[in-house]
Design a protein around this ligand. Structure first.
Ligand SMILES: NC(=O)c1ccc[n+]([C@@H]2O[C@H](COP(=O)([O-])OP(=O)(O)OC[C@H]3O[C@@H](n4cnc5c(N)ncnc54)[C@H](O)[C@@H]3O)[C@@H](O)[C@H]2O)c1
Length: 365
């Protein structure tokens, strides 16, 4: 078994370690005890992850001398609600949690976002440790401090920034994911590679990442992604500039996701959005020639879609409601070349033209 990889994250509000490796759950308690001064660890998990990993997490925390309590929520984005948030807060209060205690988010991005938001607001803020169990949450949502819940008007409309005190990414947990949920995380991995790591992009094309991959390769790719996100977040913690480039593929991707009625996974839609935007911006001369087909090949190699056949008017309708819209324009992230993207303010009319140019136009093999 290879040694865990530690990535240090420094932001203006907090410095913390992201530890990536195999079988880390059993040593979780010791790492939490070293990272935070808490008496009680309150674990938030969901109905899929709990039966698989909660006992191991709790017993490790108890062995390290922490008192423990937990709450298990029903799994799924449809439960990322005010009601679930209320359930977490009530359970924290019943457990007698104080400002000196810690919340441990054990699960995918849904649990990480909700537990993080509960920690950010309980008694005006207590510490949170993220223990991501999906690929997406390891490479993306557990790092950077964004927390959120959904409301009926839209996804992630209510939230707060709270950097975690520690992130423990146990890649052994990835073995129990469904292949679809694993591939969903790959959408963000390809996006990160396009944004900031041409070498990783080439590696992924030649050696697609699967759940069965050699654990040290899996851990390296996760750690590479954490570093990419870390570097962006450290420069722009509150998404005023550079952090917006992390939305590469997301303007069209989110619109596809919403237009599909959320039947298609987020990462799958991001991959499709990434390919659509690359085809359009290459055709406009805003991106280097050949980039679109390179991105398409990399997405396809990971089993991700490269296009969407949804009606353009549905995609545009959803884009017009995107929370990142500014008046009658959207900030579109353009992949200028591998390793360089830039944000371009685009009118909704221009955006409609881009959707026409890029969506539903993938070359057939
Ligand atoms: N905060 C951020 O910066 C950020 C960034 C990207 C996405 N997000 C959010 O992340 C969420 C999506 O995260 P996700 O894709 O991890 O979804 P998720 O948390 O719903 O997990 C997907 C499914 O996998 C199950 N699961 C999780 N870990 C498992 C494991 N190890 N074994 C078996 N099953 C497991 C879950 O119960 C769920 O059914 C969205 O709500 C999105 O808004 C947040």
């Amino acid at each position: 078994m290879s040694e865990p990889i530690t990535v240090a994250v420094n932001t203006s509000s907090r410095s913390y370690d992201v530890v990536v490796g195999e079988n880390l759950l059993d040593g979780l308690g010791e790492r939490v005890r070293q990272a935070v001064r808490a008496t009680t660890a309150f674990v938030v998990t969901d109905s899929n992850v709990g039966p698989l990993y909660l006992d191991r997490a709790l017993s490790s925390l108890a062995t390290a001398g922490l008192s423990t309590a937990s709450v298990t929520l029903p799994a799924g984005e449809q439960h990322k609600t005010l009601a679930s948030y209320g359930t977490i807060l009530d359970a924290m209060a019943h457990a007698g949690l104080t400002r000196d205690d810690v919340v441990v988010a054990l699960g995918g991005g849904v649990i990480g976002d909700m537990a993080g938001f509960a920690a950010a607001t309980y008694m005006r803020g207590i510490e949170v440790v993220q223990v991501p169990t999906t690929l997406l949450s390891m490479v993306d949502s557990s790092v950077g401090g964004k927390t959120a819940i959904d409301v009926t008007a839209g996804k992630n409309l209510v939230g707060a920034f709270l950097q975690p005190s520690l992130v423990v990414a146990d890649i052994s947990c990835l073995s129990t994911l469904t292949p679809y949920v694993f591939a969903d995380g790959m959408g963000e991995v390809v996006k990160h590679a396009v944004l900031a790591d041409p070498d990783l992009f080439v590696t992924l094309g030649a050696r697609p990442l699967t759940q069965e991959a050699d654990p040290s390769y899996l851990a390296e790719v996760v750690a590479d992604n954490v570093r990419i996100k870390r570097d962006v977040v450290a420069t722009d913690e509150r998404e005023r500039g550079l952090r917006q480039t992390l939305n590469l593929g997301h303007t069209i991707g989110h619109a596809i996701e919403a237009a599909s009625g959320y039947t298609q996974g987020h990462g799958h839609c991001v991959a499709a959005g990434l390919c659509c935007v690359a085809r359009a911006t290459e055709a406009l001369g805003w991106s280097e020639q050949g980039i679109a087909s390179r991105i398409e090949r990399c997405c396809a190699a990971q089993g991700l879609p490269t296009d969407s056949d949804l009606p353009h008017e549905d995609i545009l309708h959803q884009a017009a409601f995107d929370k990142k819209r500014h008046g009658d324009s959207v900030n579109l992230v353009v992949p200028v070349r591998l390793g360089l993207s830039e944000v371009r303010r685009t009118s909704l009319d221009e955006f409609a033209y881009i959707v026409d140019l890029g969506c539903g136009t993938a070359a057939q093999e």
